[in-house]
Design a protein around this ligand. Structure first.
Ligand SMILES: NC(=O)c1ccc[n+]([C@@H]2O[C@H](COP(=O)([O-])OP(=O)(O)OC[C@H]3O[C@@H](n4cnc5c(N)ncnc54)[C@H](OP(=O)(O)O)[C@@H]3O)[C@@H](O)[C@H]2O)c1
Length: 401
């Protein structure tokens, strides 16, 4: 009898959950319609991350398993995406964008073998009138959007490799100063995109969609668009959904802070083919020729790996910085510093110079939460000394180092 009563209550709750899910799906459809009307990107990873972070924190507070709860909510978000996809009134452009998102989401991560020997080198102008392969770079008019660290690196890197470089900045005096320094053109006008055939957007990930929208109307067929964002999933899909069909798009991630490099040799750049075979091969080849290591990847694979390489890694260092600062005064820390602490302080100095980019990666990497949770779990476990934990640790250290 008691069991039956409890089960009745569970049935009522399940029915309520179902109604609430239906309500959430309807609201997601409303969001979709508003975004479509405003021509806004369909997927907003930042918003999704915020929701998932809030859910995880609230689940922990009320004694629910945060990881399992997260899984359920990720499923709910998928359900909402699915309902948006099924909307029958989608415009052809948005339908295509949704399909591309679906393809990007469902394709299993795969490592593409880079076979640059297959790149053609002899052709110049093809039947379609577009400059081909090797000629493309030599004749390219490169537009670099953003005069920050990566923008400057791109200008330095491509100087002498392309016909003409124009640096676009929102700040005319900064643009003029840098253009003089590097002996390139400058502008504050996005309409220069109509003359360019290679455009590299070296700007923060959350501004890419807006800048892509502003460039959109000026892009001529065959133009290659490149972004340099440190986060790919969500960002690449948004940019792709905005760009016109007649362009090619490749996403890259230089795995270094360009402010501190002296030579390109030994550096790594990740190249993510998005649209057009020629674009990613050209970009991969130009970096490879300059002595950089090129890793070909996909948005999901890139972000999954970077959630460990960057998100958890940075967080561990930053949490240590706060701990040291709050427990000791800086003078004490320096007076008693060991050689290995000196190394850590050097790393912290590098992180300090790049804090905004690091914060954005912490916010936007969709795999970041899982890596952070794992890091916190391991810290908690290791703080309780046990032979089992230390055996695990020894094994990890011997495999990693
Ligand atoms: N720093 C690194 O170590 C590193 C490494 C690999 C990849 N990345 C990625 O590369 C990109 C640029 O990073 P960064 O280090 O060069 O950053 P940064 O030094 O802060 O420069 C970013 C530049 O983007 C431009 N910008 C900012 N908001 C904009 C907006 N709303 N519209 C148009 N332009 C805007 C600004 O240029 P103007 O003021 O000239 O307009 C700014 O100087 C980011 O996506 C980052 O994730 C960074």
């Amino acid at each position: 009898m008691i069991l039956k009563k409890i089960r009745n209550k569970i049935d009522i709750i399940d029915a309520e959950i179902l109604k609430l899910l239906k309500l959430r799906v309807e609201l997601a459809k409303e969001v979709y319609k508003v975004k479509r009307a405003l021509n806004r990107p369909l997927v907003d990873r930042q918003r999704e991350n915020e929701i998932l972070t809030r859910i995880r924190e609230e689940a922990s507070k009320i004694g629910m398993d945060p990881m399992l709860t997260l899984k359920i909510f990720k499923g709910i978000i998928r359900l909402c995406h699915e309902s948006q996809r099924k909307l029958t009134t989608v415009s052809p452009g948005h339908k295509e964008a949704l399909n591309r998102e679906a393809t990007l989401k469902t394709s299993p991560p795969q490592r593409v073998t880079l076979n640059l020997t297959t790149v053609k080198t002899s052709e110049t102008v093809g039947e379609d009138g577009l400059l081909k392969d090797s000629e493309f770079l030599r004749e390219a008019k490169l537009m670099v959007v953003g005069a920050g660290r990566i923008g400057k690196f791109i200008v330095k890197f491509f100087r002498g490799k392309v016909k003409e470089i124009t640096l676009i900045s929102r700040n005319p005096s900064k643009a003029e100063r840098l253009a003089k320094q590097f002996n390139v053109n400058y502008s504050i006008d996005y309409s220069y995109a109509s003359q360019a055939n290679l455009i590299i957007m070296a700007i923060p990930p959350h501004n890419l969609a807006e800048v892509a929208s502003r460039l959109r109307g000026f892009l001529k067929p065959g133009t290659i668009i490149v972004d340099t964002s440190s986060v790919k999933k969500g960002v690449v899909e948004s940019v792709l959904s905005i760009l016109p069909n007649h362009i090619e798009y490749v996403s890259i991630h230089p795995l270094f802070n360009p402010a501190r490099i002296r030579s390109f040799k030994g550096l790594t750049v990740v190249v993510i083919p998005v649209k057009g075979e020629r674009a990613w091969r050209l970009i991969a080849e130009v970096f490879k020729d300059a002595g950089l290591k090129v890793v070909i990847s996909k948005p999901e694979e890139h972000d999954r790996v970077m959630s460990v390489v960057q998100v958890a890694h940075h967080l561990a260092y930053l949490a240590y910085a706060l701990t040291a600062y709050e427990l000791l005064n800086p003078r004490e820390l320096h007076e008693y510093r060991t050689r290995i602490l000196q190394y850590t302080l050097t790393v912290l100095g590098k992180l300090k110079d790049n804090l905004e980019v690091i914060k954005t990666i912490q916010e936007l990497n969709t795999y970041g939460n899982e890596a952070k949770i794992k890091l916190l779990e391991n810290m908690k476990q290791l703080s309780r000394i046990s032979d089992e934990n230390w055996t695990r640790l020894r094994e990890a250290l011997s495999k990693l180092s």
